[in-house]
Design a protein around this ligand. Sequence first.
Ligand SMILES: Nc1ncnc2c1ncn2[C@@H]1O[C@H](COP(=O)(O)OP(=O)(O)OP(=O)(O)O)[C@@H](O)[C@H]1O
Length: 470
Amino acid sequence: MEKQPASSWSIHTRPEIIAKYEIFERVGSGAYADVYRARRISDGLIVALKEIFDYQSAFREIDALSILHGSPNVVVMHEYFWREEENAVIVLEFLRSDLAAVIRDAKRRKKKGEEGFRVGEIKRWMVQILDGVDACHRSLIVHRDLKPGNMLVGDDGVLKLADFGQARILMEPDVVASEENQQEEEPPEVIPDYVNSSQKGLDGEEHEVLSKEEYFRQVEELKAKQVVRDDNIDKDSNVYDGDASCLATCTVSEMDDDFGTNSFAYDADEGLDGGEGLMTSCVGTRWFRPPELLYGSTMYGLEIDLWSLGCVFAELLSLEPLFPGVSDIDQISRVTSVLGNLNEEVWAGCVDLPDYKSISFANVESPLGIEGCLPNHSGDVIALLKKLICYDPASRATAMELLNDKYFKDEPLPVPVSELYVPPAMSGPDDEDSPRMWNDHRDMDSDSDFDGFGPVNVKPTSSGFTIEFP
Ligand SMILES: Nc1ncnc2c1ncn2[C@@H]1O[C@H](COP(=O)(O)OP(=O)(O)OP(=O)(O)O)[C@@H](O)[C@H]1O
């Protein structure tokens, strides 16, 4: 039997939505959105309705998903509803799990002495992620919040990139400049199904699917343009303190009681696409944020996604987050202890990063290296990871280059998607206090108040659960 929906959900007050969809339980809740499982009345299709509370986030997600429609490893947006003075509601294909749950499950199996992932499984997960990221980057869309929790997985093992609320479509600075005086485009109110639609953005323009050559050419051009400008992008932000630093802007994230896996972005400091070409450094999720963002860069490109990809790849290999920082400074410190100090030798130009001079660490004599973090892995894997987890963004390999790497062509080959194991459904926020969720948090390297108590046992009872501190 379907769970009865809570009558307080504002989504029930939207006649245009309830006329077409029967809404079931809330399955997810993020920084900017609530997500509900629903059934399309016309044909019974199960979908996810994502109600987005933030204008900019809604605009970005709709724009990016419109352009990426038809990409096999990007979540499908069927339609969306957006009227003035109301939250946008986007209708997505429903995917009941995500890569974070898949990794947790592998970790549980390994703890029980069973095999975590087979190499062929890791390869297949990575190939799917790379295909999704390649599709984004070919359209010059930078996702800016890649992490296992934003990689949804269907029962069939197909992985789809999701949560494009922080995505940006990169534009050439001259194109941006010429659009500065143009009116902001409002999206149409209700957009019908995208079936058979071409790749159109909210600007109504056809977005060309790039050839491989053109893709590399544009990526190279973007890399060449990666100059840190001295504009204080955060000048209008409510956290600006005159220094526009990572310390000034990003330590706000430390007020979040997250575990480093919650994403954040500041909307006050970055106009809708078509702004000044500068971007906020305060995007993404701490554990997956590249050094250039941690040091406050506001001129960055697709490469930030490539660092995050490296972190996801390392987590698939070791079943542990690579850099689980508990604060932004701790995050940088963890990266430094593995890669060594950030200096001109490893990244020419890094001294120009906005916060380079405000953050300094003692000299790391013998950095652990990526190999030190993943001691039981082959040289090939380590070499591949080093192409992503490196200081200089321009040295990071593109998704396309990685897809062509021999690692994915050598034995053992990626397993067929049908052989990937997808664990049973994840708990949604309406089951937030379920024992499963508490146990998941216990597994994480957190700064939770419970840490001082050591491990806890969570046991279900007839009326809820009990927590024991042994
Ligand atoms: N298409 C979908 N199918 C099923 N569940 C989904 C779908 N999209 C999102 N969810 C669930 O809703 C949760 C929140 O969605 P999402 O991450 O897109 O929102 P958000 O507010 O942008 O999140 P974040 O805080 O990570 O930025 C997800 O973690 C997931 O559990």
